[in-house]
Design a protein around this ligand. Structure first.
Ligand SMILES: NC(=O)c1ccc[n+]([C@@H]2O[C@H](COP(=O)([O-])OP(=O)(O)OC[C@H]3O[C@@H](n4cnc5c(N)ncnc54)[C@H](OP(=O)(O)O)[C@@H]3O)[C@@H](O)[C@H]2O)c1
Length: 324
């Protein structure tokens, strides 16, 4: 089959469409004919082994983190997925003509959504649904702060918080470049900060109390204000650390507020835990959760798409059309 391959040598990393072995179907899994994938923040760490393990012998391996398409074949023991079903999934090596994944790790593509919509949505739905509901104990009526709101994840976090019934959604971004889009996705208020000074505005918007739940995609210098902007008995869920992995925290403020801090990642989850995340997304009403797409490009342009994402100039997801 053909796939987008990551080639690494002493001169650097290149991505190009090439030949890769077809994955074998195992019991409990399904084979998907992939039509679309997308690029994600983590792609930039893959070539150096930051996510996944590159082959020790230096051979090329398949790029991608997500995939949407049609089920081609089901493995032994799979009863609730049928050939021809349209599905989306998160899987390393998604930018290939075929992927094989655990049959529990699928979300049906909603009626009216294209393969591109599905590819753009799946990682964000899994991440933000888990962060808001499982880790963040979201309840309708909560006031929610989403940091890094212009990221692919952040946009879907804003959208999902609104859809789940948040009383107020506050989006925090570095600039005003996507304010209109964020408001369209459900943000009541968009604040701007490059690291600090936003807590007072959050407190002012929440009657002095702060938000019940912060879904944080940035970390770093933002953390002290996040603590200050979160209410007594509030929850902070750290999803991403684009502004830095190390933070300082006033533990006195933290304890006085009796805050909960949770971290989340896919990387340390068992197969059963991953399957539970998919079940959470399948239980959502996705009607109002169609993702924001900046553009769709052919898979020959994956490397440029990754570079483009890293420039921070896109608003929404960059989708990769897989195959001819
Ligand atoms: N925990 C999980 O399970 C999980 C799952 C998926 C993703 N993530 C994480 O979530 C984060 C977002 O991922 P994504 O794929 O949605 O990212 P993305 O679409 O590439 O967006 C990243 C955004 O971060 C902002 N940014 C970059 N550097 C920044 C800085 N120093 N300070 C503040 N903002 C900065 C930029 O927005 P502006 O230029 O507009 O400021 C950029 O648009 C990443 O950290 C990723 O690793 C975690």
């Amino acid at each position: 089959m053909r796939a987008v391959l990551i080639h690494r040598d002493t001169t650097g990393t290149t991505l190009a469409v090439g030949e890769a072995p077809e994955p074998a179907l195992a019991p409990g899994s399904v084979r998907i004919a992939v039509r679309a994938g997308s690029v994600n923040y983590v792609d930039q760490f893959v070539p150096e082994g930051g996510y996944g393990t590159p082959p020790a012998d230096g051979t090329a391996w398949v790029a991608g983190l997500d995939a949407a398409g049609e089920v081609l074949e089901v493995g032994a023991g799979v009863t609730d997925v049928r050939v021809g079903d349209r599905v989306m999934t998160m899987t390393a090596g998604g930018l290939a003509e075929q992927v094989v994944v655990d049959a529990r790790c699928l979300v049906p593509v909603p009626d009216g959504w294209s393969d591109e919509d599905a590819a753009a949505a799946v990682v964000g739905l899994l991440t933000e649904c888990d962060a808001l509901t499982a880790a963040g104990a979201f309840a309708p009526g909560d006031q929610v702060l989403v940091t890094g709101a212009t990221s692919g994840m952040g946009m879907q976090g804003v959208q999902l918080a609104r859809s789940l019934g948040a009383a107020r959604v506050i989006a925090l971004a570095r600039s005003d470049r996507a304010d209109d889009v964020l408001r369209g996705l459900g943000a009541d208020l968009v604040l701007h900060s490059t690291g600090s000074g936003f807590a007072d505005d959050v407190l002012a918007a929440t009657g002095g109390n702060g938000v019940d739940l912060t879904v944080d995609h940035v970390g770093g210098a933002y953390f002290p204000d996040i603590v200050a902007a979160t209410a007594v008995r509030g929850r902070i869920v750290n999803v991403g650390r684009v502004a830095g992995t190390e933070v300082t925290a006033d533990l006195e403020a933290f304890s006085l507020k009796r805050l909960t801090l949770r971290g989340v990642t896919f990387r340390t989850r068992s197969a059963d835990e991953l399957a539970a995340m998919y079940a959470g997304v399948r239980a959502l009403d996705l009607t109002d959760l169609r993702p924001t797409i900046d553009r769709v490009v052919p898979w020959e342009e994956t490397q440029e798409a990754q570079r483009l994402l890293a420039t921070g100039s896109v608003v929404g997801k960059v989708v990769i059309r897989v195959g001819a």
